[in-house]
Ligand binder design. Structure first.
Ligand code: F6P
Length: 192
């Protein structure tokens, strides 16, 4: 059967400082994840020829760097655009935009950052990606937390408004195998 592999990028400098958005490089730990990722993929996919999809941001390209497959980068896979809050920490947002902080907490799926996006917006911009995925074989997607949550919720058949709370940790390769009634899931964690 057909499978889809998904992974977040390795830890970035912004993940370390707790800043959101941006276009940071991988941290040393993130680079170690990039180095072991080819082995994790081999463990899970064997010798199947994969195609790797990344976003246009550096941290996903750096994570995919050592993978010996064809690569394609998609703007539609870029992280949820946090608009005026890009580059801030959650503590900064709470301090500088207290109303926004509260509004997001109350309705994370629909909350749209000023000058940016909501989860709902991301689900809509992912439609062409999902369509392309549905007609493709053996795709490995290396992208970002919010985007992966939406893709994951889609394949797991969860309500999209649950996507903001899906658990997609760093340094974990997830294999999804859609079956007639549910999608099977396997997670492999990297020790980095
Ligand atoms: O912190 C990493 C990150 O990918 C941010 O760039 C992004 O804004 C955030 O996670 C999305 O997670 P949440 O929707 O829980 O804030």
């Amino acid at each position: 059967p057909r499978s889809i592999w998904i992974s977040r990028h390795g830890e970035s400098m912004y993940n370390l400082s707790g800043q959101i958005g941006g276009d940071a490089n991988l941290s040393e730990r993130g680079q170690r994840y990039a180095q072991v990722l080819p082995d994790l993929v081999k463990q899970s996919a064997g010798d199947r020829p994969l195609t790797v999809w990344t976003s246009t941001l550096k941290r996903t390209a750096q994570t995919a760097h050592h993978l010996p497959y064809e690569k394609l980068s998609w703007k539609a896979l870029d992280e949820l655009d946090s608009g005026v809050c890009d580059g801030l920490t959650y503590a900064d947002i709470e301090q500088q935009y207290p109303h926004d902080f509260k509004a997001r907490d109350e309705d994370k799926y629909n909350y749209r950052y000023t000058g940016g996006e909501s989860y709902r917006d991301v689900v809509i911009r992912l439609e062409p990606i999902i369509m392309e995925l549905e007609r493709s074989e053996n795709i490995l997607i290396v992208t970002h937390q919010a985007v992966l949550r939406c893709i994951y919720a889609y394949f797991m058949g969860s309500a999209q408004d649950k996507s903001p709370w899906m658990e997609v940790p760093l340094h974990c390769l997830i294999k999804l195998t859609p079956r007639a009634y549910k999608t099977e899931e396997e997670r492999i964690y990297a020790d980095v």
